[in-house]
Design a protein around this ligand. Structure first.
Ligand SMILES: Cc1cc2nc3c(=O)[nH]c(=O)nc-3n(C[C@H](O)[C@H](O)[C@H](O)COP(=O)(O)OP(=O)(O)OC[C@H]3O[C@@H](n4cnc5c(N)ncnc54)[C@H](O)[C@@H]3O)c2cc1C
Length: 1097
């Protein structure tokens, strides 16, 4: 019935805006004439982010998606017409169809457009984003405009009483009447057939292959005089170079009439570089990289056309050298194709995460999913926009006028300890993003609108220290500095054959948990009690900090954590600070306060992994034996101590990775700067210091002429040894992992194959690397690893299990239920876990440092064993009875059916004065071999294959553990190859969302990815001989870093470039391109002489 109703214009009136959805073109044109400034919203992927993130406001919005003229798909004599409201997915499907139906000669434009559509955005974006929206928003990064313009596509525009058709190229090439007026709308786009002798290509390079805006893109078309290679018509358009799509018009006309040969290529590159100005951008990629891409794209077009000419006349056009052929293939993302233990005992089995289905369906409840509490308020924070300044005044008058605003909360409202302050003086701000005050209102929107209206006046203070280098210059460090030393370093340097010195810079990393920091504080109305629902790894510290800020005993604050949507170390102390803000607001207003950080604010305020500099001096023998190492690590701690000194210390303790270094001196410094305070992050300093180690290992290989894997083997721990802080170490499983990984990855034969590939391919190179791992497990001191559990058995036989660990996606509750199931000998389905809470398990230690399962597992086991001991007489009396019968009997005999369990923690210690101790309980081992392929022209790369072998003892749940290894590894790929934090010179973080900050996507997961667990490994120290696995795998992501280095090395060797070169982390496409130096890079940076002949073959 609903379908048969006549369609009519719909109006939706909101508080501030009106949304109109017309049904005919005439109506639309009338509306547009009446509201020329109103945007047409189809997919809302352009307008939406502008309104949300850039404060753009539209009182009227017109939604034209229901108008048939804008959804047309029409094949014509000379091409294809697509309505402007067609989604990009529809356009993709239509083009795919057309390509299969029309002769190849006619579909070259279709193919080029389709190529861009495959990687434009992601599937979700393409399903809603419209063709018209992409063209009309005319963003410089549009992937479609350059190729559509180069291909002579024509736009059909309409306004009231007027229709016209203009080639898209006219708009960007500045030809004729080329402006689209505000009253005009785009009705459709005509994409022409290609003609005989016409070739069309499109290119893009982005920080990540999918779901990332291009750094630079291009569309190019050439038409030859019939039967020749003489250029009749040439079009070249670029995106990403300037503020809009630009045309290399002069270059094209200068080259018309020329033959398609190396002289033309040479001339084209010179002319393009001259014509296409690439202005510097404060936040963007380097200008040189864009310029290199611009000519590299043209070169790729040149090769592609040369190769196509060969198919028309192989006698006259021999095509390109075979070794150049592979660069014409783009990287594609292939989706993967499709003992005597009791059968009931779930331990050691790949049990699915208990909430896995709920995570996938969206049923899992996170903080912001909690139902609203009567009268609840929403909180938005106001943060400092200066890195170091005195607050002169805060004017809240405008903010208080915003409708729905309830109050402004400031430092003066804190009843007791002020956990808000980052420094001793409340009037001084010490980083951009420091919380200055907060607004509470009746909705999230009102709170944010009001927060934006708070005016703060600052008096800027000196110095502003942002980088490690500046901190060193100003001697700005957190104390104490840590040092470890063994052997006689200075003497050893005098006896070695060779010494290298160098440094590597490792960028920071954003936690990028799926659930941003979230709190709901609910005052209970009596006795100063408050429920705090919070996304944290450490409820006890939240309780402590909230109680301290409110000035109440901890027994009035009840913290509840059902689950956390990812944490990675970022939800320890930071969550306490944010929970205190919400609690103070709740206390002041007497209302429940919901405080959910937006992604942008979360990234701005909460800090992340420490940026790192490692400076090294390494002495070694010609046979590859490393005899002496002297290293200094500097980490950028940001503006408060947080855990930076500890991170620096751990980076020292773990720096040896898998190697025995007889003479070693290392220092770690935590730099105090004016960045938001950096904090714990999966791996806790190890991923950085061990990367420094692997870097100098690789450099020793370069210098000695031995392979990196030989240097690794020569220097690896071999037998029972001592670490550099005198802890005993049995490296047997390290060597087993290494050997198994070598074998499983078929390392040597694949290395040979990669070398062979590299000989046959000039512009594409493969690289392969294998890296060992020793990851010490421990928290350095006993009390940090104590744990408790509470287990209740109800009279119906069901069991409620509680422990102090936090579920943050890692599957701890699943494993704890497995433990209880084994101990009580009942099915997992009889056991339930409800929430972690300070009311059931007090004083629980943080779920951190890979220790959650180890320590809580022991406590759960203890509680279950206590219960079983109590039940044993009843079971003995009736051995054939059922669980339910025993429980009923126990209740009737007044046997307590509730028990706590406790684990005292591991006996760990470290004496920093002496530089020795037993800070760890055991070691995890592993090895990873990764193979990559790089495109030397763009710096793009593809992760081809990774094989990991891990020693994690006897896994309690291999499915969950392998998931942890895979997830950590991919997060490591992000750290080492793509995730880049960018700051303004004033210390403002630019990269504040998925738009600017790229974490790995599906396309970055190695096409072949295998994780195997080392067999028959036992660990006497942990529950059921397992090992804590949360963090270790992250470091193995660096096997991709070194595989990329290997590929770059082979490029450089082939081109006779000097062997020593520095690669920093993350090793982005930009760095890879710059390291694959060639005539194009030289052309951009230096001279103009003798450019292309040598590269065109
Ligand atoms: C996460 C993400 C990733 C992205 N990745 C890429 C990428 O890799 N490459 C790329 O090129 N783009 C990318 N984009 C941009 C995206 O393709 C465009 O935002 C989208 O095509 C715009 O279409 P829309 O229907 O959503 O536009 P809307 O947001 O609905 O509208 C955008 C603008 O277009 C105007 N408009 C829309 N239709 C018409 C019409 N018929 N006539 C006149 N004006 C009209 C509107 O007035 C408005 O100003 C990405 C966007 C997002 C959010």
């Amino acid at each position: 019935m609903a379908e048969n109703q006549p369609k009519r214009t719909l109006f939706f009136h909101g508080e501030r805006m009106t949304w109109i959805s017309p049904v005919s073109l005439d109506e639309l044109l009338d509306l547009k004439a009446a509201h020329p400034k109103a945007p047409l919203v189809v997919g809302n992927t352009g307008v939406g982010p502008e309104m949300k993130f850039r404060g753009v406001f539209h009182p009227v919005v017109i939604a034209p998606a229901r108008i048939p003229d804008l959804n047309v798909v029409k094949y014509t004599e000379d091409g294809l017409t697509l309505g402007a409201a067609c989604s990009l997915s529809v356009a993709k499907d239509v083009l795919t169809n057309a390509i299969s139906e029309f002769p190849e000669e006619k579909t070259k434009v279709f193919c080029a457009v389709l190529k861009q559509l495959r990687t434009l955005g992601g599937e979700q974006i393409r399903n809603v984003a419209s063709l018209g929206g992409n063209i009309i928003s005319r963003k410089s990064t549009s992937d479609l405009n350059p190729v559509l313009a180069a291909s002579n596509c024509v736009l059909s525009l309409a306004s009231r009483g007027k229709k016209r058709r203009i080639p898209l190229s006219d708009i960007f090439a500045g030809v004729g009447n080329n402006t689209i007026t505000p009253e005009e709308i785009l009705v459709s786009v005509h994409i022409p057939h290609s003609r005989k002798g016409e070739y069309v290509c499109a290119f893009r390079q982005a920080p990540r292959r999918e779901n990332a805006l291009s750094i630079t893109n291009a569309g190019m078309r050439v038409l030859f005089e019939e039967g020749t290679d003489i250029i009749k018509d040439l079009s070249i358009f670029y995106g990403g170079a300037a503020s809009t799509t630009v045309c290399a018009k002069q270059t094209c006309s200068a080259l018309t009439g020329r033959h398609w040969n190396e002289q033309t290529l040479d001339e084209a590159c010179r002319l393009i570089l001259k014509e296409i100005a690439v202005p510097g951008s404060a936040s963007g990629e380097k200008v040189d990289y864009k310029k290199t891409l611009i000519i590299s794209f043209f070169y790729r077009f040149f090769l592609e056309v040369l190769q196509s000419l060969k198919t028309t006349d192989p006698y006259h056009y021999p095509g390109i050298p075979v070794e150049y052929g592979s660069v014409l293939q783009d990287f594609k993302t292939k989706m993967p194709q499709k003992p005597d233990q009791s059968p009931q005992d779930p331990v050691g089995r790949p049990i699915m995460h208990q909430s896995g289905i709920k995570h996938a369906t969206g049923e899992a409840v996170y903080i912001d999913d909690l139902p609203s509490v009567d009268g609840e308020l929403f909180l938005a924070v106001v943060t400092s926009s200066r890195a170091h300044a005195k607050i002169v005044s805060i004017d809240t008058s405008e903010a208080l006028k915003v409708p729905g605003v309830f109050d402004v909360i400031s430092a003066h409202d804190v009843p007791a300890t002020n956990e808000f302050y980052y420094s001793d003086d409340p009037e001084i701000v010490i980083c951009v993003g420091q919380i200055v005050c907060a607004v509470v209102a009746d909705s999230d929107v009102h709170a944010k609108q009001a927060a934006a209206k708070v005016k703060i006046e600052y008096e800027v203070l000196e110095p502003v220290i942002l980088t490690i280098e500046e901190a060193i210059k100003h001697n700005s460090f957190f104390e104490p500095k840590r040092k470890l030393e063994q052997g006689n370093v200075d003497q050893a340097f005098e006896t070695v054959d060779n010494i290298i010195e160098g440094e590597i810079h490792i960028g920071g990393q954003e936690h990028f948990y799926m659930e941003t920091q979230s709190v709901l504080a609910v005052p209970k109305g009596e006795d100063k009690e408050m429920d705090v629902y919070v996304s944290t790894q450490h409820p006890a510290v939240i309780q402590e900090m909230v109680a301290a800020s409110l000035g109440v005993p901890a027994n009035r604050i009840m913290c509840h954590v059902k689950r956390v949507g990812g944490a990675f170390g970022g939800k320890l102390l930071k969550s306490g600070l944010l929970a205190s803000v919400a609690a103070v607001a709740a206390k002041k207003t007497g209302r429940a306060v919901r405080f959910i950080l937006s992604r942008g604010d979360d990234m701005l305020i909460t800090g992340g992994r420490h940026p790192f500099i490692g400076k090294y001096k390494v002495g070694f023998m010609n046979d590859g034996r490393i005899r002496a190492v002297d290293v200094n690590y500097y980490i950028n701690g940001g503006c408060t101590p947080d855990e930076s000194v500890l991170v620096a210390a751990v980076s020292l303790l773990k720096m040896d990775n898998a190697y025995k270094i007889p003479n070693l001196r290392c220092w770690a410094y935590a730099c105090k700067t004016n960045l938001p305070s950096n904090t714990a992050f999966r791996g806790f300093g190890f991923p950085q210091s061990a990367l420094v180690t692997e870097t100098w290992i690789t450099e020793v290989a370069d210098k000695t002429g031995l392979s990196p894997e030989k240097i690794r083997e020569i220097n690896m721990y071999k037998e029972n040894e001592q670490t550099h802080f005198k802890q005993k170490l049995d490296p047997q499983n390290l060597i087993r992992c290494w050997n198994e990984c070598m074998e499983k990855s078929a390392y040597y034969s694949r290395k040979k194959a990669a070398n062979e590939f590299n000989k046959q391919n000039y512009w594409k190179k493969k690289g392969i690397a294998i890296v060992p791992l020793k990851f010490p497990f421990g928290l350095g001191t006993r009390y940090l690893s104590q744990a408790s559990a509470l287990v209740h058995i109800y009279t119906d036989g069901s069991v409620l299990l509680t422990h102090g660990g936090i579920e943050m996606g890692q599957g701890i509750h699943t494993k704890m239920i497995q433990v209880a199931s084994r101990e009580l000998n009942i099915p997992m389905s009889s056991i339930h876990f409800c929430e972690t809470s300070t009311t059931t398990v007090p004083n629980a230690c943080a779920s951190a440092g890979s220790a959650g399962t180890d320590v809580n597992g022991m406590a759960v086991k203890d509680a279950c064993q206590t219960l079983l001991k109590r039940l044993q007489p009843i079971i003995n009396k009736n051995p054939k009875g059922t669980w339910n019968e025993w429980i009923k009997e126990a209740f009737e005999q007044s046997v307590s059916l509730s028990a706590t369990g406790y684990f005292r923690g591991y006996n760990e210690n470290m004496d920093w004065e002496k530089g020795e101790g037993q800070p760890f309980t055991y070691f995890l081992f592993g090895a990873a071999c990764s193979e990559v392929e790089i495109n030397c022209l763009t710096g793009d790369h593809k992760n081809l294959r990774t094989d990991i072998v891990m020693d994690i003892g006897c896994s309690i749940n291999p499915a969950v553990d392998i998931g942890q290894i895979e997830g950590a590894f991919v997060q490591g790929i992000g750290l080492y190859t793509m995730e880049e934090l960018k700051y303004s010179p004033e210390g403002v973080l630019y990269t504040r969302g998925p738009d600017q900050y790229k974490i790995p996507a599906v396309c970055d997961i190695p096409e072949q990815f295998s994780v195997s667990l080392l067999s028959s490994s036992q660990n006497p120290h942990a529950i059921y001989a397992s090992k804590g696995i949360g963090e270790a795998g992250l470091f193995l992501g660096c096997s991709v870093f070194f595989a990329l280095r290997d590929a770059v090395t082979s490029v450089r060797n082939e081109r006779g470039l000097k062997t020593t070169f520095v690669l920093n982390s993350p090793l982005t496409a930009e760095q890879i391109r710059a390291s694959c130096a060639d005539d194009f890079t030289e052309m951009v940076t230096e001279s103009w002489g003798g450019v292309c002949s040598s590269v065109s073959g």
